[in-house]
Structure formats: structure tokens, C-alpha cells
Design a protein around this ligand. Structure first.
Ligand SMILES: [Zn+2]
Length: 209
């Protein structure tokens, strides 16, 4: 999932990886160089992420039964794609694989989480509307209502069960990614007006010349 808050995550990462400046001038050059490389990596990652209206995005992904090297490689590839694309979450459908796996980044946690065969337990009655972006729907942000908190129950890539109690953006990302595994996009979750506007943005423009 791409979200306005990724900007915040991104700036934290950038601060964390910034090299000490020799002088302002050198620092500036180095930063621009890093920015350029980062943007190139982001574009490469986005080119490998399935884009709407790819039919794989509308498919229900299958339960994972084998916790083998294939699965570990898939999790590694998805994690790299998510980080390079500056996303906070990515579901397997978006990498062209219809298996019930997603990866996401928790607010204030460095280590990405892989969730295999994920389920949501104890969703809060309280819901909240907020804008969401999606790495498969570039250039649109859509208001989506989500549970404010929930418990994520899943397996890791070795098959071990785990539970995470999540709130706010973390809970929102999990609901977004689980929707992907059920073949649902934010286009189907948003208001009719927002959907109409988004379709106008997404509809392919005629290429002249
Ligand atoms: Zn998405």
C-alpha cells in the first residue's frame, strides 16, 4: 500500500541513511545523487508491480501449504519491491502470485513483517475514514473506511503462528493487504464519487503521434 504517511517513513529512512556531510556543497551533491538513485529504484520496482486493470488483482489468492524455499524467495522479492517502491505494504497478487502472503512495515518498526495465511481477529467496532493509495493504482488517493484496531493472526515464512495487535495506520495497511488477497481493490471500498473521479484518472489516455 502506498499511503500519504509513507512520506514520513521515507524521510525517516533517508535521515537514517544520510552520510555525514563534508560541506554543505558536497552534502547537497551527495543527496541529489542518492535521490536520483532512489527514484530510479522506485521506478524499476513499480514497473514490476502489477498495475490495474491486470486481472491477477481481482483474483482470490490460495492458502499456502508448503513453507519451502519458494515461499522464502517470494517473501524476499516482495519485501525488496515494497521497500524500493516506498510502500508500506505489498500483497502477493501485486507481484503476480496468487498465494495468501503479504508483507508490510509497522509504524516505528524497522523490520518488515511477512504474513502468510493471514486472518483478522477482534476488529474494533470503531471505524475511521482516511485516504489510501495503492502501488497498483498509481496517482490516486481514495477515502476508505477501516476498523481502527484489530489483531492480525498469521504464519511467518517458516510456518510459525504469530499474533499482532495493531491500531491506526498499521491496522489500515493490514486490511488493505488482506483485501488484495481476496481480489478487492480500494476502488471497490471507496465512495461512488471518489471511484468516479479515480476512474477518470486511471482510464488510459489516447497516445497521439
Ligand atoms: Zn494496494
Amino acid at each position: 500500500m502506498a499511503h500519504p504517511a509513507t512520506r514520513k517513513l521515507e524521510s525517516i529512512t533517508r535521515r537514517g541513511t544520510r552520510l555525514p556531510r563534508v560541506s554543505n556543497e558536497h552534502g547537497q551533491v551527495r543527496d541529489e545523487h542518492l535521490e536520483g538513485e532512489r527514484e530510479a529504484r522506485r521506478q524499476l520496482a513499480l514497473a514490476q508491480i502489477r498495475q490495474w486493470p491486470d486481472p491477477v488483482l481481482g483474483m482470490r489468492a490460495h492458502e499456502v501449504e508448503e513453507f519451502d524455499d519458494d515461499l522464502r524467495r517470494l517473501v524476499e522479492r516482495m519485501t525488496a519491491l515494497m521497500l524500493d517502491a516506498n510502500g508500506v505494504g505489498l500483497a502477493a497478487n501485486q507481484a503476480g502470485v496468487v498465494r495468501r502472503v503479504f508483507v508490510f512495515r509497522r509504524h516505528d518498526h524497522d523490520e518488515p513483517v511477512a504474513a502468510v495465511n493471514p486472518r483478522i481477529a477482534d476488529p474494533s467496532e470503531e471505524r475511521e475514514m482516511d485516504d489510501e493509495g495503492c502501488l497498483s493504482l498509481q496517482r490516486v488517493l481514495l477515502p476508505v473506511e477501516r476498523h481502527v484496531s484489530l489483531t492480525l493472526e498469521a504464519q511467518d515464512e517458516t510456518g510459525a503462528e504469530f499474533r499482532l495487535e495493531l491500531t491506526g495506520l498499521d491496522a489500515r495497511v493490514v486490511q488493505h493487504e488482506l483485501d488484495h488477497l481476496d481480489g478487492l481493490l480500494i476502488l471497490e471500498r471507496t465512495t461512488p464519487e471518489a471511484r468516479r473521479e479515480a476512474m477518470a484518472t486511471l482510464r488510459p489516455q489516447p497516445i497521439l503521434g
